[in-house]
Design a binder for this molecule. Structure first.
Ligand SMILES: Nc1nc2c(ncn2[C@@H]2O[C@H](COP(=O)(O)OP(=O)(O)OP(=O)(O)O)[C@@H](O)[C@H]2O)c(=O)[nH]1
Ligand SMILES: [Mg+2]
Length: 729
């Protein structure tokens, strides 16, 4: 008798069959059951012990860090793969389990680049929550197709004791809300196409923890009615398991749904590539990408990096959009402009990475041997890279980090470098002059987790300062023209600065406009600018878009300008990174170069002359146009029993918060409020203590807004003091 095929042998066979691959992720509001679902799918595929699947206390298979077990939540996105049989054919499901907490939302954004479809889970009791909307935004931005799984239906039966009719009514409401979101968020072409529906089976419901799921087509096929579902909770022990396994097997219902409703890479790349790659689609490389060509040039996008703590070896996971990656092959990093030799090619067998000889396009896989960054495009020769992977929110909380023993300082710098590589949502600022090292993250929890990992996983004793809020600097109105000279007096520049238009700024934030140096023929960008109301003439004056700021060149025919424009723009970027008020980053400004007189001798127009002049121009412009400080503001949805409403509104008021909306539903109220991040340090504890632990708050949105004038001076003074800035800095 032939030996039974092992699961890795099966996967080796399946990675070749592109039509039968599905690259997907779980995504949802926090704790809606993503990991319980992933665990149960793995268990059914025989890739982990069934007994432990989805059991928090036993530990989730996908939790690879001890902090996840301690806090009972997912922090890192986890890659797993499994085989599935549907209609007599075998499929390979590459699945990424993503975290739900907003602080780790960057991991969701990055996962979306690797996949083509996502199972969005919605808790049947809580319904659509702010983070459901956020994950849909993240998915649709990458043209990742969603399907819906309504989870925790057991609670409707056991806790809320709903009748079958009430249950269906609740489902209808969730589905309608879900489709409304798709209508609001999706691009025109996908609004109708990607709506989910009960009848076509793109919606399933069930209980990830209790390992069952159903969809309407599946119920029809098996002759099961809504009433039958209640049977599950009348049966006990083995009988219940047996009924569920025979009539509503979670893995079968969900993976059938995935195979049927989510695209394979050949289909998906046809419409995803034009959205996430802005090169020439008619070129050979463009065609390779569109067609997911195994034979084409390698195009691998890194979406996650893990550094082995012992060996220091870097493993880069991501999506192969074209070509075939072969062990030992030489590849090119478009970010580093450097070649590397691949040392390992890995695919996932369950949660376990396994070495392969070769993996073709259309798969999620990992490689080692590189020293690259998340977001990099790995090819064979230099190519137009994929669009930047941009997270919806920016980091707004910073802490200083110091070593306990000064001898450890070099180690700290090395570790911070690794930390920001593994988690690109972290921003690290190393100041060798002052010795102050700062890390910024998405929230307090994010920084706590990082601190914990530096101590336990990286084994370095560190001390972190109290949380500090990140501000932005901007300009209130048009400055009018300012003339400056270089320190040697040989060059003169005329600049002005003004606030950047809302439409343009928002498009940059949304990733619709790329942040980059614009070349002579930036047709794509000009077209978008014109759609945003920028005149054709002005669009052609855009030289660079950098961190939400724009540089325009309105000079005409200055022969020597090309020789120094790089230095001018470098000088501008330096001030954008740290503005005149308090050396906080600038945002939403537009600087315009109107005229220049340039010395013929290049000796007299080096960066040492140009930088200070640009800086002086920007400082004067900001002074004339009114320099303003912007602070991060969060919109939160706070849900509490109605009895606590008064206390919660008072708490919001005490934190400079503004009520946006209050809705009552049964015994609960939903309060939407905008609160400055500076006042939100310790927010979850404050809310917990005034609501006896019954208030839940979730982030809906985040933006920067002008600070109240009466507070601005004091905040600036404090930041300058903390940074040790002298009068003229
Ligand atoms: N009653 C019930 N509880 C569930 C179900 N699925 C998950 N849970 C519970 O909900 C909690 C969160 O489950 P997880 O699977 O960790 O949820 P998650 O979405 O992965 O959470 P994060 O990754 O932290 O966002 C745990 O206590 C689970 O046991 C379900 O179908 N029914
Ligand atoms: Mg999870």
């Amino acid at each position: 008798m032939a030996e039974k095929e092992t699961s890795i042998q099966k996967i080796t066979r399946l990675i070749e069959k592109q039509e039968n691959i599905r690259n997907i992720a779980t995504s949802a509001h926090i704790h809606h059951g993503k990991t319980a679902l992933t665990d149960n799918l793995l268990a059914a595929a025989g890739l982990m012990a069934a007994k432990a699947a989805g059991d928090l206390e036993e530990g989730m298979a996908t939790w690879q860090h001890s902090d996840e077990q301690e806090r009972l939540m997912t922090v890192d996105a986890a890659n797993v793969s499994m085989a599935h049989e549907y209609n007599g054919q075998e499929y390979l499901i590459n699945l990424i389990d993503t975290p739900g907490h907003v602080d780790f939302g960057g991991n969701v954004t990055r996962a979306m680049r690797a996949i083509d479809g996502t199972i969005v889970l919605v808790c049947a009791v809580e319904g659509i929550m702010p983070q459901t909307e956020t994950v849909l935004k993240q998915a649709l931005r990458e043209r990742v197709k969603p399907v819906l799984f309504i989870n925790k239906v057991d609670r409707l039966i056991k806790e809320l004791k709903l009748t079958p009719e009430q249950m269906q009514e609740r489902f209808s409401k969730i589905i309608a809300n879900f489709n409304n979101l798709i209508m609001q968020i999706a691009e025109e072409e996908y609004k109708e196409k990607w709506k989910v529906s009960v009848t076509d089976g793109s919606v399933a419901f069930g209980s990830a923890r209790e390992n069952w799921a159903l969809s309407v087509p599946f119920m029809k096929k098996r002759g099961i009615s809504f009433k039958d579902i209640y049977k599950i909770y009348e049966l006990e022990g083995e009988n219940r398991k047996k009924w569920v396994w025979e009539n509503a097997p979670l893995y079968e219902v969900l993976l059938d749904l995935v195979v049927k409703h989510l695209p394979n890479p050949l289909e998906a790349q046809k419409y995803r590539i034009p959205k996430i790659w802005k090169g020439e689609l008619d070129s050979k490389f463009g065609q390779d990408l569109l067609n997911c060509n195994k034979e084409g040039e390698v195009a691998f996008v890194i979406t996650k990096i893990v550094i082995d703590p012992r060996s220091g070896k870097e493993v880069a996971a991501g999506r192969l959009y074209s070509g075939t990656i072969v062990n030992g092959m030489e590849v090119y990093s478009n970010m580093n402009k450097k070649k590397y030799r691949i040392q390992q090619v890995l695919v996932y067998n369950g949660i376990k990475p396994e070495q392969m000889e070769r993996v073709p396009a259309g798969n999620v896989l990992a490689i080692s041997g590189l020293n690259a960054e998340v977001g990099d495009t790995i090819t064979l020769s230099e190519q137009t890279p994929f669009e930047e992977i941009k997270h919806i929110f920016q980091p707004v909380i910073t802490k200083s980090i110091e070593v306990v023993r000064s001898a450890d300082l070099p180690k700290l710098i090395e570790i911070l470098r690794k930390v920001s590589k593994e988690d690109p949502s972290i921003k690290v600022e190393i100041n060798e002059e002052t010795g102050e090292n700062l890390i910024s993250g998405m929230g307090e929890l994010h920084l706590e987790i990082i601190e914990g990992r530096i101590k336990t996983e990286k084994g370095l004793e560190v001390k972190m300062g109290p949380p500090i809020v990140v501000y932005r600097e901007s300009i209130a109105k048009n400055s009018g023209t300012v003339e400056v000279r270089t320190p040697n007096g040989h060059n003169i520049f005329d600049f002005s600065m003004e606030p950047l238009e809302d439409a343009v700024y928002n498009a940059i934030e949304m990733g619709v406009l790329p942040e980059m140096r614009l070349k002579k023929k930036a047709e794509e960008v000009w077209k978008k600018l014109s759609e945003l109301g920028v005149s054709n003439e002005e669009a052609r004056q855009y030289k660079e878009i950098y961190k939400g700021n724009v540089f325009e060149d309105r000079t005409r025919g200055i022969v020597l300008l090309p020789e120094i424009i790089e230095s001018i723009i470098d000088g501008w970027r330096l001030v954008v990174d740290g503005g005149p008020l308090a050396k906080e980053p600038m945002m939403k400004t537009k600087i315009i170069l109107h005229d220049a007189k340039i010395h013929v001798d290049h000796m007299h127009r080096g960066p040492a002359q140009i930088y200070p002049a640009v800086r002086q121009a920007m400082f004067s412009c900001m002074q004339k146009g009114g320099a303003i400080l912007l602070e991060p503001i969060q919109t939160h949805l706070i849900e509490v029993p109605v009895d606590f409403m008064g206390d919660v509104t008072a708490l919001i008021g005490s934190k400079r918060g503004i009520l946006i909306d209050v809705k009552q539903e049964g015994n609960d109220v939903q309060i939407t409020a905008k609160i400055p991040v500076a006042e939100m340090i310790g927010w979850s504890n404050d809310l917990r203590s005034i609501t006896e632990g019954r208030g839940v708050s979730s982030l809906k949105d985040q933006e920067f807004q002008r600070m109240p004038v009466e507070l601005q001076a004091e905040v600036i003074r404090k930041i300058r003091q903390r940074k040790g800035l002298a009068e003229n800095q």
